[in-house]
Design a protein around this ligand. Sequence first.
Ligand SMILES: Nc1ncnc2c1ncn2[C@@H]1O[C@H](COP(=O)(O)OP(=O)(O)OP(=O)(O)O)[C@@H](O)[C@H]1O
Ligand SMILES: [Mg+2]
Length: 468
Amino acid sequence: MTDSVARLTPVPASDAPRPAPLAEDLTVLVVDDEPSNLASLRKIFERDQMRVFTAENAKAALEVARHHRVQVVLTDLMMPGTSGVDLLKALKELSPDTEVVLMTAYGTVETAVQAMREGAYDFVEKPLKRMQIVKTVRKAAERFSLVAENRSLRKEIELLTTREIVGQSGALRRVLEIATQAAPSMATVLVLGESGTGKELIARYIHSKSQRSTGPFVAVNCAAIPESILEAELFGHERGAFTGAVGKREGRFARARGGTLFLDEIGELTPQVQVKLLRVLQEGEYEPVGGDMVRADVRIVAATNRDLAAEVEGGRFREDLYYRLNVIAVTAPPLRARREDIPLLVDHFLGVYCKKNGRSRLALSREALSKLLDYEWPGNVRELENVIERGAVLARGDTLGLGDLPDAVAQAAPRAPDSLEFPIGTPLEEVEQRLIRATLKHTSGDKRLAAQLLGISTRTIYRKLGEG
Ligand SMILES: Nc1ncnc2c1ncn2[C@@H]1O[C@H](COP(=O)(O)OP(=O)(O)OP(=O)(O)O)[C@@H](O)[C@H]1O
Ligand SMILES: [Mg+2]
């Protein structure tokens, strides 16, 4: 290159702007075929507390980018061999987050503009000015951190909003089918089911499949909020509406605007709040404590582990509210009614909790699986999740065994006394056939689970049954 960094306008160090604090050390890679340029740029960036790599050509640059986390690449546009634009494309393939700044000589600005369209962050014209390049590189680095931060936030949000619903049983599939059908409408959905069956997961699922999925999902646990403040919590209050109401406060209805409001443990609502809620469902508006009517813009999903019909019967829950809530009802089935989901859930939670505890994935002993299948699971999936989490912490070897299960589970009574009897001398082949068929019946036709119980591969089952 003909331009030399020696032509940089000298600027006294004390005039330099104070570098903005960045989350991580700023690493910059400078690419230029002119070694003297590299040397001067290195000095400049190092004086600015950056970590600097240099490369004399695109190939060497890609090598550096492959081995180090580089936030910003500052590259010459015209280089023998591969041009800066080609390097830009290759870099974007290799490390999409890395920001690229091009250095252009007189007359190449058009190419630089085209490079911007290819995803370059900016270009600086030669002769380079020290202040300007430092500023540009810093800005590019800020954008790098923003993009990275955004991505990790998005990931976190995804995790929070769409936790995977594991299971393939007919019972669960039917629930998800109804939920999928109900999701796009504005209809209120009532999710019923025992504790720990995944009611909240289903509510989030409905939200994620609805037209309001980009809006907020706001959950309110009606049982956890003291009765005296529940109304204000839901509908908000004006300043001075009651003793202690120092400022105006938005309620959960307002916060869920444009999204879904999940009213959990709805069976615990006081008669007073029941009336207010009925009004929102009927009129589509509500009244903040001490304030004026506001239009509600929420989709409501409610859940309870109580038998709401019985609550109505007993006079503890308003019948009119019950019918308003019960437009579409789905019942999350208890785990004991869909035992074929147990191995899948165990598998899932083993993956989650081994990882969380920084240990390699545990295998599961046959005895342990058998007990997990026998147990009644009064606490449903939540209880199973806790048992596996506990096991993932306690297990000493590489296998989760009977000894790693809580006593209640390890000592679960075998379910049906499913056993077979054969006269001595029964041909082995016949024994095998009958045993396999009986096991399949026991697992409701789930071959994977049957194979696991029998200690053979699924393929072997197919083969023995003459299906493979
Ligand atoms: N099908 C499933 N797949 C994966 N995880 C599940 C499933 N069902 C439930 N869980 C997990 O079990 C736990 C309990 O689920 P959730 O909180 O949705 O249950 P719930 O019915 O709302 O319980 P409660 O009535 O006690 O509030 C959560 O950690 C949830 O992620
Ligand atoms: Mg819940």
